[in-house]
Ligand binder design. Structure first.
Ligand SMILES: NC(=O)c1ccc[n+]([C@@H]2O[C@H](COP(=O)([O-])OP(=O)(O)OC[C@H]3O[C@@H](n4cnc5c(N)ncnc54)[C@H](OP(=O)(O)O)[C@@H]3O)[C@@H](O)[C@H]2O)c1
Length: 331
């Protein structure tokens, strides 16, 4: 495993444009399980370590984690709110959250999601601000689509939150590319930046597109999405970049969509670059994502400080052009 000097700063990147643009660490820490399956002291230790290493970009959602026993959604946001208050965190850390996919009724699932009506957007944003203890949500994504509501209604509600200062930047997660484009066109016509950050599943290994991912709510970045992000100069925040541990752990077998010949070729390339750099597979994956065109910010989940340290060192690893070539040509 590559172990770097812990004082080497994490690379940084800009998300958004214009006056609302923010400089953030080029690695984002996912808080989905913090305060949920990871206890509070360990969660605080992970967050403290991330910030001490120069991490300034954290991700949550208003529905984390409704699927866990006793969970309702909002537990991760509330943990982050307590941590912000305990540590006196203000503007230096960008906390992104998401709305639209929280079940309205305890015990139910996405079929009962709050959705993206103007009223639902306003109510969910207010609740997230309260749980996080912030006046303004730094980055607010719509978590999933809601095609039962006119797109214009959702877009106008989000733009109003941004215009009123209740939200800083806006982002879209798991939406069809044509919906993102249509939404951005409406915002642009109103003189608003609209969605500027995209959040989708993305990693080095490629899943087959003709077999559904077992995580049914996950939407993988497509070639079309990457093309769109590149042309529009948008940041792609890539979730599940470590395939939940699947690159390194026998207890986390890769799922059926990854069962194809390209996977063996890509794993062999990863191992070649890992040997050359002294890094782990996970670290090479993160370094590959961070040097990506279009711009990608990997969004990692961890349940221990040790896992975080491995990711932080991966984020500081720079690949040579030859090493990237080996990875890119692997098929
Ligand atoms: N927009 C969306 O729809 C969406 C969907 C999913 C996730 N997300 C966001 O993305 C974040 C990350 O997602 P994810 O948790 O699926 O991603 P991930 O980073 O691929 O997986 C994280 C898990 O991998 C294991 N792991 C991490 N580092 C490891 C290491 N060094 N060695 C061995 N195992 C390691 C850990 O499993 P154990 O804890 O079991 O050890 C960890 O919880 C979430 O926190 C959330 O913020 C967004």
């Amino acid at each position: 495993m590559v172990r770097m000097n812990g004082t080497t700063p994490l690379p940084r990147t800009i998300i958004g444009s214009g006056p609302a643009a923010r400089e953030v660490s080029a690695l984002c820490l996912g808080a989905m399980i913090l305060g949920v399956t990871v206890d509070e002291p360990t969660s605080f230790a992970i967050l403290d370590r991330f910030v001490a290493a120069g991490g300034t970009f954290i991700d949550t959602a208003n529905n984390y984690a409704f699927w866990v026993d006793g969970g309702r959604g909002g537990e991760s946001e509330a943990l982050l709110g307590r941590w912000r208050a305990a540590r006196g965190i203000t503007d230096e850390v960008v906390i992104a959250t998401k709305l639209g996919a929280r079940p309205r009724t305890a015990g139910r699932g996405l079929e009962d999601a709050e959705g993206l009506s103007a009223a639902a957007v306003r109510a969910a944003a207010a609740e997230s601000r309260a749980r996080l203890g912030v006046d303004r949500l730094d980055l607010l994504y719509t978590h999933i689509e809601d095609r039962s509501v006119p797109l214009a209604e959702t877009v106008d509600a989000l733009d109003a939150l941004a215009a009123d200062g209740d939200a800083g930047l806006l982002g879209a997660s798991n939406h069809a590319v044509w919906r993102v484009e249509r939404a951005r066109a409406r915002s642009a016509a109103a003189g608003r930046p609209g969605y500027e950050v995209l959040q989708y599943r993305y990693s080095y290994l490629r899943p087959r597109a003709d077999i559904a991912l077992p995580e049914s709510a996950h939407v993988h970045a497509t070639a079309e999405l990457l093309d769109y992000a590149r042309e529009e100069d948008l940041t792609l925040v890539a979730y599940t970049p470590l395939l939940s541990g699947g690159y390194t752990r026998s207890d986390r077998p890769l799922s059926a969509p990854y069962d194809h010949p390209g996977t063996a070729r890509r794993l062999a390339a990863l191992d070649e670059v890992a040997r050359a750099t002294g890094a782990t597979r996970n670290q090479v994956v993160l370094a590959w994502l961070m040097g990506h065109d279009p711009r990608v910010v990997p969004l990692v989940g961890v349940s221990s400080v040790a896992q975080l340290d491995e990711a932080l060192d991966g984020a500081r690893l720079e690949l040579t052009a030859d090493q990237r070539g080996v990875l890119d040509r692997a098929g």
